[in-house]
Design a protein around this ligand. Structure first.
Ligand SMILES: Cc1cc2nc3c(=O)[nH]c(=O)nc-3n(C[C@H](O)[C@H](O)[C@H](O)COP(=O)(O)O)c2cc1C
Length: 285
């Protein structure tokens, strides 16, 4: 980018501004969430303040907000940030229908899910926000029938042990039913899903559970136009929190205490209606 080196005092600066494109509108300066962009001494173009690198969230807002493509960031290079395609904008009715038509899938087709599709979904899920833009979510992906069956069977083992040691009345009523279903050949833990994904984040991530949840939410919505369906695996999650043999089998990255599993696959059935929910509970203050 011509002129950038002179303007920003060398290659080590994180942001580079093209003086021929910059209109000095100050949008990058106003937009920066940590206020580390200011008017520079060299011709009044925006610059990162001294030591700003340490506080930069690497969120890319400075690149995204510039209408002139004048600013590039070392870690969010302009050439890797495509312009928004107006033709691809969706309207509120489309978004509402997409969100309302997502269903928890409990009957999957036998068909395996292509690895490229799983990878594509995980790539899209990266665009979910993360606290402080930390981006620490990790994915553990199971695609083998045997491994998925093993996970479900360990969850059943955990419920059986609970039923032996804890008064039945204190357990959720669905637990004995899950075991009875398993014994009659029905897996209501992982529903014979062809894929199980576990999103996880390290203990030291202050917003770990929120970040994991958001990533999974993005993934499950992105799965819809690909003809795929998902279901949050709440029973497996509870077992994973408590049962060491299952934790060992799943082998999440060391220290990843924030986690949630999700089933993924091609739905066996289509849905024709959008079920209504209860009215929202709102307190206007
Ligand atoms: C955190 C969470 C955990 C869930 N765990 C399970 C589960 O273990 N098994 C299951 O069949 N459905 C599970 N569900 C799906 C809910 O039952 C479902 O979202 C709800 O019945 C509404 O149906 P819908 O998702 O199709 O709108 C879970 C959903 C969430 C959000």
């Amino acid at each position: 980018m011509r002129g950038a080196r002179e303007l920003n005092g060398g290659e080590n600066k994180m942001i580079q501004v093209d003086p021929e494109k910059c209109k000095k509108d100050g949008l990058c300066r106003e937009e920066c969430p940590v206020a580390i962009i200011d008017w520079g001494k060299h011709g009044g173009f925006p610059e990162m303040i001294d030591g700003g690198e340490k506080n930069c969230l690497v969120c890319g807002h400075c690149v995204a907000v510039c209408p002139n493509g004048a600013l590039s960031h070392k870690l969010v290079p302009l050439e890797e940030c495509p312009t928004i395609d107006e033709k691809l904008r969706v309207d509120l009715d489309q978004v509402t229908q997409l969100l309302r038509s997502r269903r928890s899938i409990r009957n999957f087709r036998e068909r395996p899910v292509e690895k490229e599709k799983i990878e594509r979904l995980i790539h899209i899920a990266r665009y979910a926000p993360t606290g402080g833009n930390l981006q620490l979510v990790h994915w553990t992906v199971f695609t083998s029938r045997e491994a998925i069956w093993k996970m479900a069977s360990l969850a059943i083992e955990w419920i059986r042990k609970l039923m032996e040691t804890v008064p039945l009345a204190s357990l959720p009523p669905y637990m004995p039913r899950i075991v009875a279903g398993w014994d009659s050949g029905k897996d209501t833990v992982l529903r014979n899903a062809p894929v199980v994904l576990i999103a996880s984040s390290p203990k030291q991530d202050p917003n770990g559970m929120v970040n994991v949840t958001l990533a999974l939410s993005y993934l499950e919505l992105a799965a819809l136009p690909m003809g795929l369906g998902t279901c949050w695996a709440g029973i497996l999650q509870r077992a994973l929190q408590s049962y060491e043999p299952l934790r060992e089998m799943v082998a999440l990255p060391e220290g990843h205490t924030n986690h949630y599993p999700m089933m993924l696959g091609y739905p066996k059935f289509r849905y024709f209606r959008l079920p209504e929910r209860r009215p929202p509970q709102i307190s206007w203050r």
